[in-house]
Design a protein around this ligand. Sequence first.
Ligand SMILES: [Zn+2]
Length: 467
Amino acid sequence: MKRFNWVRNATTAVLVWSMLLMPLAVFGQTRIKPPKNKFKISEDVKIGREASQEVQQQFPILNDYQATSYVERVGENLVRAIPREYAHSEFDYNFKIVNARDINAFALPGGPMFVNRGMIEAAKSEGEMAGVMAHEISHVALRHGTAQATKQSNPWNQILGIGAILGGAILAGEAGAQLGALGVQAWMTKYSREYETQADILGAQILARAGYDPRDLANMFRTIEQESGGSRAPEFLSSHPNPSNRYENINREAQLLEVSRNPIQNTREFQRIQSRLRAMPRAQSMEEIERNAANNPRNNPMAKGRYTSSVSYPSSRTVVYQNGNSIQMRIPNNWKVFETQSTITFAPEGAYGDKGISHGAMVGLMQTQNRDLARATEEYVNGVIQANDYLQKRGNYTRGSLDGSQAYAITLAGRSPITGRTEVATVYTTMLRNGQLFYVVTVAPENESSRYSSAFRTMLNSIDLRF
Ligand SMILES: [Zn+2]
């Protein structure tokens, strides 16, 4: 009996030994090292969930049960095939179709994925569609969104406020047209070529494990390039730039993988859903969608305003404006208030519209890791100038105080695209204890400056910050 046991044990030992070798011998897939990431897994989930809400408000989601549940089934099958070392149980992968004609797809941190109708219509097979989805799932699993933010010197600027851009946008700039999509666009940034290669490799592995031919990922990139007609790079490639040897890398990985002898390629269901989508009325392009979103009063409450040449001067009577427990200040009683996520804008009738304000003021917060007031101010002012390229600095920064704290001021000026006259915008900044930069920007045409100076002064002196 003992001997028998000994033999059995020896057999077990041999089995274990060969199993250890197997990953090398049979599944010779490339190991991927996810990039450095400062964020917690739960932050990926939270950021993605919030951004997903925003996407669903701003982009037309296709409400077609059959098409959506088909994409969900394909997606869930791919998610189950994520190798265990890259699977985060906290992640919530979910799949929606954006009713847009462009060939695009994107995924947000923590799992929400959006596939454009144009992408499904362009794919030559289910394998190709699954290829793009596996690539996107790989970006999520490897946490490339938050890894990208980790690399930035000021990731919170990307994630929370983007106050510099947003602030500038409202200030009568062309960038104002994109106001509505900004928060989301921060997550639709361009991935590095290194991340692209990682997503291609892991994407190929996921495809093979899910029963597809990983070479269909390479085929899909070809389809995307062909569809663009060579003239204009499709949106997908601008956020997922082609690393060198993309096709070779995918095909080489495919050779290392155990691919089904009968891979899923063109399924009947794919063809049925594709014809269904193709038969629907023409979808808008993302550009059209973004333009309409910015003009939608729901996203930009100022957009319904009309600019007039005779804007009434600020009333000397003031009212108290209060925003929660955060700020209180006095403003002329003939100014309207527009609140957006990170900015509060005040403007009289005739001075606001889809291009921002021509007269009035705005206050807001910018999230910054730069606790140095001078540097944070410079960062904000540069953002304003970038978003309003007609403005230039006039003179230097001056020191002063705002609600008892050290403050900086600088005057910007230039020919306003709204009024055609010289506009003077003065930026005031101070640093809050929590490390946020608080800013005030006053705006008026230069030839009306004297009519505005006392209103601006009253407002600035009344500011009471309670952060
Ligand atoms: Zn990519």
